[in-house]
Ligand binder design. Structure first.
Ligand SMILES: Cc1ncc(COP(=O)(O)O)c(C=O)c1O
Length: 395
């Protein structure tokens, strides 16, 4: 094979890959918090593949579990049980709430299934409407697009799938007014990710739980981005002292191996019956082995503790930066899901940070989004802060 260079890869990409994204870098290797590009340049990765490689790139324990399983059994279909999937479902219940899981492959698919669950639950009562939040993001399938509050993602794909109503986030009155006879569920991200790292107001989210109880409707949490330890708790809802009736997750579940799931409380365990929903690749022995290795690693290495500790340090340092740089208007977030709110598009700063060796993300229109691995060290945070200082000094 001809030696691959930046030029040969990007030529092939431009010619053969659909232009739904616009990447400008070729990454070839990753280890922990670092990735290397095709020219051998090293970058600190404070995006973690958009909250996926939460245990760092090529985590050894996850890699070992995948390597071991890949030689035993990769896929069987859900016509058969495998050794890993039930253990994974139990581990999720142990770390979340007493309930049962459905396994799939992505965040959109997890949300799609959770929406189907809510519709099926409401069906015989004539309830099908799902209230979702402005600025939310739930995925790119037609149902999850209709649930998504951020209108730009839906543009060009109208008409929207019916049955979704959008209300402003953190606004209880608006939600109370939107609930009607046809409402089956309220769906939200406990911490909005794509919308700009916006945590739910704790009083609001508790009042929403109360409202759902009073009205007899379901509360659905999308924890695709904020789950799996990202906010310092295993699930983000555990920061707020409220439990949802169903919860979706994906991204970091298997640290980069594609996997998604949604869980429902045990009392709703028979809403979806045999034949009502399925996914060919959901919960394969291989994906489940990877996800089990993630949970074991998180427990054994006390990853949540590190997340909390590094979060406090990083948030404090960023808050100090806010005093120094007038273009920073707010610093917010939970755990290592952090937003630095700017008075300008965050996209203006990303290339400069990258030039200095730091990969970060944007969210909303003007939020610099930092999602380092939960295993990040103090030294790596200090390095990222030094790069930010260097770049911010020139703004
Ligand atoms: C909160 C949330 N839900 C759903 C999704 C969709 O996940 P996926 O891209 O795996 O389909 C995302 C992706 O960014 C997300 O952040």
């Amino acid at each position: 094979m001809q030696k691959q260079t930046y030029e040969t890869v990007s030529e092939l990409y431009r010619k053969y890959v659909m232009k739904t994204c616009n990447p400008h870098m070729v990454l070839v290797r990753g280890k922990g918090t670092y990735v290397w590009d095709i020219n051998g340049r090293r970058f600190l990765d404070f995006g973690s593949g958009i909250s996926v490689c939460n245990l760092g790139h090529c985590n050894k324990a996850v890699a070992a579990a995948i390597k071991e399983q890949v030689d035993k059994l990769v896929h069987t279909s859900n016509l058969y049980m495998n050794l890993n999937q039930p253990r994974l479902a139990k581990a999720l219940a142990d770390h979340g709430f007493d309930g049962i899981s459905f396994f799939c492959n992505s965040g959109a698919e997890a949300n799609e299934g959770m929406i189907k669950f809510a519709r099926k639950w409401g069906h015989d009562q004539g309830k099908y409407e799902i209230i979702t939040m402005a600025d939310s993001f739930h995925g790119r399938t037609l149902a999850t697009l209709a649930a998504t509050g951020r209108a730009k993602y839906r543009k060009g794909f109208e008409p929207d799938m019916p049955g979704f109503v959008s209300v402003p986030f953190n606004d209880l009155k608006a939600l109370q007014q939107a609930v009607g006879e046809k409402t089956a569920a309220v769906m939200m991200e406990p911490v909005q990710g794509e919308g700009g790292i916006i945590p739910a107001d704790p009083e609001y989210i508790r009042a929403v739980r109360q409202l759902c109880n009073e009205k007899g409707i379901l509360l659905l949490f999308d924890e695709v981005q904020c789950g799996m330890g990202r906010t310092g708790k295993f699930f983000a809802f555990q920061n707020f002292d409220v439990e949802p009736d169903a919860l979706s997750m994906a991204k970091a579940m298997a640290n980069g191996y594609p996997m998604g799931a949604f869980m429902v409380k045990r009392q709703y365990g028979d809403v979806l019956q045999v034949g009502s929903h399925n996914s060919t690749f959901g919960g394969t022995p291989l994906a489940s082995a990877a996800a089990l290795a993630v949970i074991d690693y998180m427990d054994e290495k006390k990853v949540l503790k590190n997340c909390g500790k590094q979060s406090r340090y990083l948030l404090r340092a960023l808050t100090e930066m806010k005093e120094k740089y007038r273009f920073i208007t707010d610093v917010r977030g939970l755990g290592l899901m952090i937003g630095v709110v700017l008075d300008r598009p965050a996209g203006e700063l990303l290339p400069k940070l990258e030039e200095h060796g730091l990969l970060a993300l944007s969210a909303g229109e003007s939020v610099l989004r930092l999602l380092p691995p939960l295993t990040v060290s103090r030294k790596e945070i200090n390095k990222a802060l030094a790069i930010m200082t260097e770049v911010f000094d020139q703004v």
